[in-house]
Design a protein around this ligand. Sequence first.
Ligand code: SAH
Length: 478
Amino acid sequence: MQKNDIVKVVIEDVGVGGEGIGKVNGYTLFIKDAIIGDVVEAKVMKAKKNYGYARLMNILTPSEYRVEKPVCQVARKCGGCQIQEMKYDRQLEFKNQKVRGNLMRIGEVPEQLLDRIMEPIVGMDETEGLGGPYHYRNKAQFPIGIDKDGNIVTGFYAGRTHSIISNTNCALGVEINEQILKLILDFMKEYHISAYDEGKHQGLVRHVLIRYGFTTKEIMVCLVINGGGLPHGEVLAKRLAKIEGMTSVTLSINKEKTNVIMGNVIKPLWGQMYITDYIGNVKYQISPLSFFQVNPVQTEKLYKLALEYSGLNDVSCGNPSDKVVWDLYCGIGTISLFLAQKAGKVYGVEIVPQAIDDARNNAKINEIENAEFFVGKAEEVLPQYYEDYAKEHGGEMAHADVIVVDPPRKGCEETLLQTMVDMQPERIVYVSCDSATLARDVKFLRGNGYELERVRAVDQFPHTVHVETVVLLTKVHK
Ligand code: SAH
């Protein structure tokens, strides 16, 4: 196979990035946007010895798993979605298989065990949220730039690049985004406010952050600017304030030459500095810099599962108000506060100090008094706590009934897993955004006195290849 060859390929599999995989005379080709079941014509772009990458040129016979017409016109070009052209039930199956495959291959979990315990993936229903598996994101960050004709544009980055694809009505975002973006672009044109040019590190407006509270309907707009202030900012604020639900308009100052979107200094333009929203019955105050789960409908389902797996809702596991729970990688305390409503005591650990400030504040506004938060690395805070406790209590072990972990993609360090095992909680609930590292950590825990008891994937990000998983491991009693 050589570069620029045009070949006919039957797509037989899906890669981890959602790309189609097919073979031509035994040679494997990866083809972005091709869907399992398609017969396509593709052009080889890169040919290695045993495999290559090809560009989809023509769909000769469309797969039965292909949607007739994607909801978004730029679905293929835009880097935001990877599998929007795949029917939603097939997306769910792909994600479920990804989790299952990783647990088997990397985690060495026996297939019979998974057959018995793996529960069906939790997808989004048409009737849920603001449009089922569309319009589910409560947060969007739109880059502002100039197109080749010199017009100010906004939209999304194309996959793996920083060229902006003009689009103000992303199918994953809330509908109000479009009105807000148009208003901002019109304002910029009218008052000759410049857009930021990444290459030259010049120009003022870099990004627009929009957040929407699904429960409260409160809206936040934050303009990220390469400067100390926004000329005629009061005019913009007044126009935005007319939109129903507008609660907070702010500026984020970011004068750095960086890919990081937000700057750390936030200045008020109009209204409050935060919006409020709920997950279940827990209330959260969200400021421009706060981390908050982006799909509130699915997050609630995920946390309900974490609660169910924790056993705190199950009287046969004993009185929940006697239970001690650790929530490692707790962020703004979302899971901690969810569980604190049942447990005796919850300890949260998180590396970002501002997130812990938010967590403590969220505990306060919900009148939750049995949650305590520590700033630091989970792999340092927990082992230290364990060691200090033994010193202070004449060698007695620190006890936990349930340990919940929700680490970033890289998973947990082995020293942390070892301390967790040493503490011998009855249950470990592992929430994961990367099933490959989850599988690696499950392997360690299964080898050290724990057994996998429940597994369930949750689709937090329809049309992307990401998938969340929650698993329960319980202590094996010999
Ligand atoms: N459970 C939270 C957040 C999960 S995201 C929620 O559902 O909202 C993972 C979190 O781990 C992030 O907040 C990140 O800042 C934090 N983190 C990353 N590395 C960490 C470490 N070594 N120790 C503790 N927290 C860490």
